[in-house]
Write a protein that binds this ligand. Structure first.
Ligand code: SF4
Length: 307
């Protein structure tokens, strides 16, 4: 592995490339990544980089977002099969039908959506800033997509806004059941439950803290507790175990794994940089419209994350 890591680091330097890696990636990818974080952080890093090539170790919509933010740079996705089931739950036609059903209401899309969908929405959000973004619209009603669970959670925090949600969800988080949670809580009494807002409301209502990946990591960092129950993708738990070996983390169930996120391997990254594949392209008109949606979010987020 060391030899492959060295080859990737040399290629990065030779080609003036930067590697952005999502927190859910396999641990080995940290060895070559310049920035590791959640969707908001990585979008911000993509918008600031001077590198000529951005390699996105994540899933397709993330690489598309980087391309929209940096249309003059070459953006690479190491494994072209790395998609997001939630993002694929809504396409342009379905979005148009949704907007037609609820006309003249501002539309917020989660960053986990395609470029085409973003191009027809007013503003984008991530799980770090969703409450702040929806609140910034100062609208009595807001359309929210694709994630109904995140939308419901946002609505709970805003007294004056009705959030009308699309029927999408992340299968990994949505499939956590209340029985799963109660069983783990019973086996670990008085241990705080930290949950991602992509979980169903019945789960988040049981949690001591609900937040994005970064929010969960910061909660652990700032807490004097020695043990936590975690309800999110396993990559976050693996990362917490590496970062805080003196603390204990109980995952709700072992199969909370996003298979798409785990498709990128070190060998894929080497091949991708070496052959400059798979290059992500976004139609110029769609890209310009989607950029407005993303930039509006980034402008609001400059004042600090919401949670
Ligand atoms: S964990 Fe869920 S939302 Fe994230 S990439 Fe996988 S399917 Fe999409």
């Amino acid at each position: 592995m060391k030899e492959l890591v060295d080859k990737i680091i040399k290629l990065k330097k030779d080609k003036n490339a930067v590697i952005l890696a999502h927190c859910y990636q396999n641990a080995e990818i940290d060895e070559v990544a310049d920035f590791v974080g959640d969707s908001l952080y990585l979008s911000q890093m993509a918008s600031k980089t001077n590198a000529k090539i951005i390699l996105f170790a994540g899933v397709y919509f993330m690489a598309q977002t980087a391309k929209i933010l940096c249309p003059d740079k070459k953006v690479l996705l190491p494994n072209i099969n790395a998609g997001c089931e939630m993002a694929d739950m809504i396409n342009l036609e379905q979005l148009k039908d949704f907007k037609h059903k609820y006309p003249n209401i501002p539309t917020v899309c989660y960053i986990n959506s395609t470029a085409e969908v973003k191009s027809e929405c007013d503003i984008c959000c991530t799980s770090s800033n969703a409450i702040k973004i929806v609140d910034s619209l100062k609208s009595e009603k807001v359309l929210f997509l694709p994630d109904k669970n995140l939308g419901r959670w946002v609505e709970k925090h805003l007294a004056n806004t009705t959030v009308i949600t699309y029927d999408g969800y992340c299968p990994i988080h949505h499939n956590i059941t209340i029985e799963d949670v109660l069983n783990v809580k019973r086996a670990n009494p008085n241990i705080k439950l930290l949950a991602h807002p992509e979980c169903q409301e019945v789960i988040t209502s049981q949690a001591d803290f609900v937040g994005s990946t970064t929010g969960i990591m910061n909660f652990v960092k700032n807490s004097s507790d020695k043990k936590f129950i975690i309800a999110t993708e396993k990559g976050v738990v693996d990362r917490l175990r590496r970062d805080y070996p003196q603390k204990e983390f109980v995952i709700i169930k072992e199969n909370l794994v996003c298979r798409s996120m785990k498709l990128n391997s070190l060998q894929d990254i080497y091949n991708s940089l070496n052959n400059e594949t798979y290059e992500i392209e976004v139609n110029r008109e769609i890209s310009q419209k989607a950029l407005k949606c993303i930039e509006r979010m980034l402008d609001i987020s400059k004042n600090g994350a919401a949670n």
